[in-house]
Design a protein around this ligand. Sequence first.
Ligand code: GLA
Length: 720
Amino acid sequence: MITYNEQNRTIKLDTPNTSYVLGIREGGFLLNLYYGRRLPDDDLWVLAQRHQSASFSPSDPEYTDVSTDVAPMEYPTNGRGDFRVSALSVRNADGNSVTDLRYVSHRIFAGKPDLPGLPHLYVTDDAQCETLEVTMRDAYTNVETVLVYTAFADCDAIAKHVRLTNKGENTVKLECALSSCIDLPSMEYDLLTLWGRHAKERQLERRPLGHGLQGIRSKRGSSSHSHNPFAALAEKGATETTGSVYGFNLIYSGNYVITAEVDHNATTRIVTGINPEDFGWLLAPGESFVTPEAVHVFSSEGLGGMSRTFHRLYDGHLIRGRWQNEKRPLLINSWEAAYFDFDTDKLISFAERAKELGIDMLVMDDGWFGKRNDDTNSLGDWFVNEKKLDLGRLVDSVHAMGLKFGIWYEPEMISPDSELYRAHPDWCVHVAGRTPSIARQQYVLDVSRQDVRENVFAQIQSVLGKYPIDYVKWDFNRNISEAGSALLPPERSGEFFHRFVLGTYELQGRLVSEYPDLLLENCSGGGGRFDPGMLYYSPQIWTSDNTDPIERLNIQFGTSLCYPASAMGAHVSACNRTGYRTKGDVALWGTFGYELDPNKLSEKDRGIVKEQVREYHKYYDLIHGGDLYRLVCPWDNAFHCAWSFVSRDKREVLVTFVRMRKEENTILHLKLQGLDPDKVYTVEQTGERCSGALLMYAGLELSGCARNDGDSCKLHLTAE
Ligand code: GLA
């Protein structure tokens, strides 16, 4: 609910348990007065009247009771006395970038507008949210800035983006146009981020805020392995279950920043948006620019509460289409089973074995197109390598067995050794005078160009139009260097990175709208583009090329800070670190599948796999429809970890426990979370019956479970 209090000139956005308060001060200054636990409506005047100036700080000579240097600015601009990090900096026709926004008007309405060309949260019914649009204007340049906020009625989440329109007579250049800013009146927070690299994605890091700048960013052209576009500010001492936590996530797949700045008054500003480095966008008179959407979640129930809000929000308001709610097929992927070494018969044999095991879909990974038998060539030549493969026979045989069939693409790339490159050498991302760098033997295809997008999409259509393909894995296996497009004039070169991302979104959007039954899974050298932008197009994303179940624990726990189980591709592979039982128990957390040669499974392991397939079906609704509770996190305990899914009605619980390293002589009581204290639960595996209260406050005894290094166990609890 969003309300305007005319007397105090405050606007209050409420979600079920949170409030966000804006204040409009004389002179048109828009202040960020409060964000946190829900407040009553009647005492906002106290916030509205707070002192917001300092005598040594610059201020508008007519309105000296606001100094932009110390006031909590809602959308801070460059060069007008706010010396902290800016959200907006516009270079004007005079050559300076002094930018000044003042309030003009606002409106409140039910529902949520779309962001054209950009992924965004959505509602299916206008009653699910309310939107506030605040119009601000720079009187000198006449750049109009509309700040757009949506408060959700069913989740403690607020989405923000910004629409800038040049209503002046001169072209201006946006040098920084971020999506959001929050100013908090204290620095008593820890900053939590998810760093990573290939095969070690989304590792949680927690550090206390210090004075000055700190944060994360990408300048790699994608959201990247290095830092996920997610951050949280957790009040000192906040845990998995207690304390105030703010979560920030940007619905964007390109270069971004999340920067926190603690100033000399020990207040904290945190901004989120497109990375201003390597960015510059010309805005001619009449033109508009829309920033990506930033998501803000507040929880007073620790990190677990924050994560569950993100999960519900993304499952209900980001992931779309047929596969949002339909059961995802249990797949087997050819990559770790065969790499480039396959032919039609080998893949048919995979499908035959998979069928016997109860698997639903065969995915043919890299190596089916052009002349590709290794990674040195053919990206861009998206036609079947007929010397290697009879795709028609393969798809028909797989379908005749009752399995679905999927295929791999990497549409934003081009190999120097490809027909496409030989025909169009200027279609690779490059700048004049520099040899493009090579990575994994490939260049990046310039999908910022419409003609290039048409070509690559037509190639995809010619395969999908001819063969009934059920699933596409869309990969992106290198970062962007020498970022430039042959079509962009020099003054627009700063637009390249964002135009590239918009090009990718257009391609993926077109793919899922022209093939609405297709299941799309994104991937980027494992989980290098695991972000909410990608989730808008593909309901699942490959989490990591690392399928070792013990390594996966940190990766999946980290990923779960922000992303739901339904989004996390998790497969059992042939790696030897643990037995198949643990591999299956860990993979069951996400969108389950296999990444191995099923012909090579022993009789014993085939039995375990069949059992896993039964469990996948048994627990699917609970895992995909329930709430996640991280019970013991690997970053808190070096020996074991545990997590659970609890159904929304609290009648069903699945607890998974993994012993990473054996400890001698320990008695383990695992305290469950999220149960109904008054319900009596029965543990299927032991027959034990006890109350939710006992299970949460005294704990479940686990001493006999999973005794050795790398063992795991699951406990299934039900209540009447
Ligand atoms: C990336 C993916 C893998 C696989 C290969 C194919 O590394 O993460 O799963 O698809 O590309 O080249």
